[in-house]
Design a binder for this molecule. Structure first.
Ligand code: COA
Length: 535
């Protein structure tokens, strides 16, 4: 593979200006993330600690192997909603390593409204289980939750991917042979009782964990029976009378140690084989991405310059370098793992779609994971291109991406607009992980384009009844639409609603994608299978 020759002048004023603006965006992101990590009310945190309990992130730190990273998912879920009363949506999810095994960890944060579930908490829990299913990852549930946040019940209880899905997923994971361990470290009420009850092994903390289908107030209301939480479903009851739990722990630390001991007994499964090379830093400094990453989307950014700062040795074996240059395709290594990269370098034409579909097929047939780097305004529009069959060529690309079952990873490094989002493995195309850079934007189209379309539609409606819009009215409508798109296109809006798995610092992209590939090897890559491509 050849090293990419960078043409960027890192001393230029344009580079320095971009870097300065990018660092502002990055610092704002880091400060928001910090606020979220310490967002629970002081009172709730001290009460939690006084009870001798560890905080959710402290529990995870103790659970995973020392000096190994934890890839936290969607830490900013529910950000900017509910008056920011649900930092991280009251649940921590992510991938960590326990006794050498990549594991999906789900930990309730009882300092956030008793660890109860709002819409985003549910989405985060189900998303984490989906990752476990797709990648065959063992799961640890660190339970400390009051169940459904009752005022929001209509949004979290009855639908297909609501609370009930947790237990369906547990049953399916179990049938797949995926081990699931529950540690009951606090309340585990109502439907929540099925989390430990459906796990392979359950640990419960003495005088701290409780499991019951109906808590004491409900029992009293239903039957008149008066019973304390401990007598109804405490650790002693469940480890000596009901058998719902298997191990009694003295405290959080002890429970975590038991869980780690259980991991030593798990079967080591055969992994997908990949040609892994020695890890090498990129030749070009990854921090130079700050001076390059798109901020003003009207200015083109050569995505090969970004790739050069992400891949091992900045080496890239480019495919069809001379053809359809608005889509860069090629092979590289990221922290030793081979990867096929597709990166937007302008609008998608028919040729770029064909090139993309061809390259995805190569990755599929060679069983190489794919990284999609999105910075896309969409497919080309206009009579010439419709006549040339852009719809059928775009469809081939979308077909190939949808059916590519090798692990796909998506990073939005600029804009993600229109059907370009689909072809480049947006959320609907099941990439194993999807991350946004803090400078990115995501919406059906840009605000300018949307305001142009909507003003024209309005003017045509008015013209039909012989009316017109005056310049002030037109400007007012335009400003309203721009404001809405500005807000809704933000990565914070996306990450709050779990359209992605988190916002990340560009410099961490290498490490995160490498962790993603490592976890994906727990599931053998299926053979290539495609549908009908319209020719
Ligand atoms: N729905 C909505 N809010 C709830 C809630 C629920 N199910 N459970 C707890 N909360 C809220 C409390 O109102 C309180 O809110 P505040 O901080 O604004 O005052 C906060 O969560 C903490 O609750 P609190 O009872 O003070 O904390 P705790 O640590 O002593 O007890 C629980 C936590 C979860 C054990 C306890 O609140 C409880 O038993 N809740 C009811 C559980 C239940 O029956 N759930 C059924 C759902 S299907």
């Amino acid at each position: 593979m050849y090293r990419i020759e960078s043409k960027i002048d890192v001393q230029s004023s344009a580079f320095k200006k971009n870097r300065e603006e990018f660092l502002k965006i990055l610092n704002e992101f880091k400060s928001n993330l910090e606020k979220v990590r310490h967002g629970a009310p002081e009172k709730a945190v001290s009460r939690h600690k006084e009870r001798g309990k560890l905080l959710a992130r402290e529990r995870i730190d103790l659970l995973i192997d020392p000096n190994t990273p934890f890839l936290e998912l969607s830490p900013m879920a529910a950000f900017g909603e509910y008056g920011n009363q649900f930092p991280s949506a009251g649940i921590i999810t992510g991938i960590g390593v326990i006794h050498g095994k990549e594991t999906l960890i789900i930990a309730n944060d009882a300092t956030v409204k008793g660890g109860t579930y709002i819409k985003e908490t549910i989405k985060k829990h189900v998303r984490a289980q989906q990752i476990a299913i797709e990648n065959c990852l063992p799961c640890v549930y660190m339970v400390d939750s009051g169940g459904i946040f009752l005022p929001e019940q209509s949004k979290v209880f009855a639908d297909r991917f609501n609370f009930g899905r947790f237990f369906y997923n547990q049953a399916r994971l179990s049938a797949m042979g995926v081990p699931q361990i529950a540690i009951v470290m606090g309340s585990c009420t109502a439907g929540g009782a099925y989390v430990p009850a459906m796990s392979d092994e359950t640990i419960i903390v003495k005088k701290q964990g409780t499991i019951f289908i109906g808590g004491p107030p409900l029992v009293k209301a239903a039957t008149g029976e008066v019973v304390s939480p401990e007598d109804l479903g405490g650790a002693d009851v469940h480890t000596s009378i009901s058998g719902v739990a298997d191990h009694l722990a003295e405290n959080d630390q002890h429970a975590i140690q038991i869980c780690r001991n259980i991991f030593q007994t798990l079967e080591s499964k055969e992994k997908q084989r990949l040609e892994i090379s020695p890890v090498e830093d990129p030749f070009y400094d990854p921090e130079e991405i700050y001076g390059l990453a798109p901020i003003d989307f009207r200015k083109p950014v050569d995505s090969k310059e970004i790739i050069a700062r992400m891949v091992d040795g900045s080496r890239f074996h480019e495919f069809k370098a001379r053809y359809a240059p608005t889509l860069i395709t090629g092979f590289a290594n990221i922290m030793g793992y081979p990867v096929g990269i597709l990166a937007n370098n302008g609008v998608l034409f028919s040729e770029s779609s064909l090139k993309g579909a061809h390259f995805v097929e190569l990755c599929q047939s060679r069983k190489i994971p794919i990284l999609f780097m999105q910075n896309i305004t969409g497919f080309i529009v206009g009579k010439q291109y419709e006549h040339g069959g852009i719809a059928k060529d775009g469809a081939k690309f979308v077909h190939a991406v949808a059916n590519a079952d090798v692990p796909k990873f998506t990073v939005v490094f600029g804009g993600s607009f229109g059907a370009g989002n689909y072809a480049m493995a947006g959320r609907a195309y099941d990439p194993r992980l999807l991350f946004m850079w803090p400078n990115s934007r995501i919406s059906v189209m840009g605000g300018e384009q949307a305001s142009g379309v909507l003003i024209q539609v309005k003017e045509e409606q008015l013209a039909a009844s012989g009316k017109t819009m005056n310049p002030e009215e037109r400007e007012k409508l335009r400003a309203e639409i721009l404001k809405k798109y500005e807000e809704e296109g933000s990565p914070y809006f996306s990450t709050s609603r779990l359209w992605d798995d988190g916002i990340i610092d560009p410099v961490d992209t290498r490490k995160i994608i490498a962790m993603g590939i490592a976890m994906s090897l727990n599931q053998k890559f299926p053979d290539m299978k495609n549908g009908v491509f319209r020719m």
